[in-house]
Ligand binder design. Sequence first.
Ligand SMILES: Cc1ncc(COP(=O)(O)O)c(C=O)c1O
Length: 370
Amino acid sequence: MQFIDLKAQYRKLKQDIDARIQTVLDHGQYILGPEVAELESRLADRTGSKYCIGCASGTDALLLAMMSLGIGPGDEVVTTPFTFFATGEMIALLGAVPVFVDIDPETYNIDPAKIEAAITRRTKAIMPVSLYGLCPDMDAINAIADKHGLAVIEDAAQSFGATYIGRQSGNLSAIGCTSFFPSKPVGCYGDGGACFTSDDDLARRMLEMRNHGQDGRYHHVSIGINGRLDTIQAAVLLAKLEVFDEELAARQQTAATYNNMLRESVRTPVVPEGYTSPYAQYTIEVDDRDAVQHALQQAGIPTAVHYPVPLHLQPVFAHLNLGEGRFPHSERAGRRVLSLPMHPYLEYDQIEHIAKTVRHAVANVTTVTK
Ligand SMILES: Cc1ncc(COP(=O)(O)O)c(C=O)c1O
């Protein structure tokens, strides 16, 4: 059994993906070829954003978003410590300081009620993360940002396809950033990402900055990066977009089946009324994670932990002096979360087998510790 079965997906889409790649090989425009613009237009339409800027990874998307806002040394960006490292890493890479705010333990997302206390005169932006595919309460976050004159960047790396009160993730704030890492809800065959915005000026700056700050060939108006999305990756994504809605429905069906089979035994994901999730991860919480993970491994079921160590406890952020106990909900989640296999090609029998094994493991662990 695979944690994410990319080969099953390829078997299904082989003809389209191969044809799309072959077209690129035939026309040979590997850098910013026509597929990139086609994909950007399709993704902008889908999210409802005026602009989509394809880029080389979700990490670069975050970088470009912050660069376009002029974030740099001396600035602060408010974010969550319970996320993949890139979120805090890109803030620090620009010389700014990540200011962490604990999560709401129900949703694992930044707790909007705690954001205002973290804002200082150095704060430039708030960067919430739509973790596991679930958006935070973006209206509440945007309202705080408006009050203080801050930008909001949604780290939507895990949430392409999610909706929040009828709106698409990526188009919920000034800038949304997503990732097309292969295991993401829409993944390419390498690295890829995109920024979304409806602001003309920010879009122009991100477009320039992803291509060495050029506003025309060999005419550089800002310091940028080589952060372009490869044409071949765009071609793969165009083929995958054709089946994305079908895959999204399959993911949500898988999550519903897991929920029904597991909710009596473990804490299953919360998706509040008015939200939908693509379930980039299907993540449960258990008391003795090591034991449960071991039991699943013995039964041939792969699992993963997203993420064991919150950012404030990472060695590289030790200088921020945010020790153990500073963000208790994030730390507790880091000790307890466990992601189960999740992809659109999981079969009912497999889900049943996984759920049964989880239930047995949890019951055994409880018996032993009682
Ligand atoms: C929350 C979050 N932010 C940023 C990233 C970075 O994306 P990428 O791996 O495409 O650079 C990821 C990807 O794993 C992520 O999960």
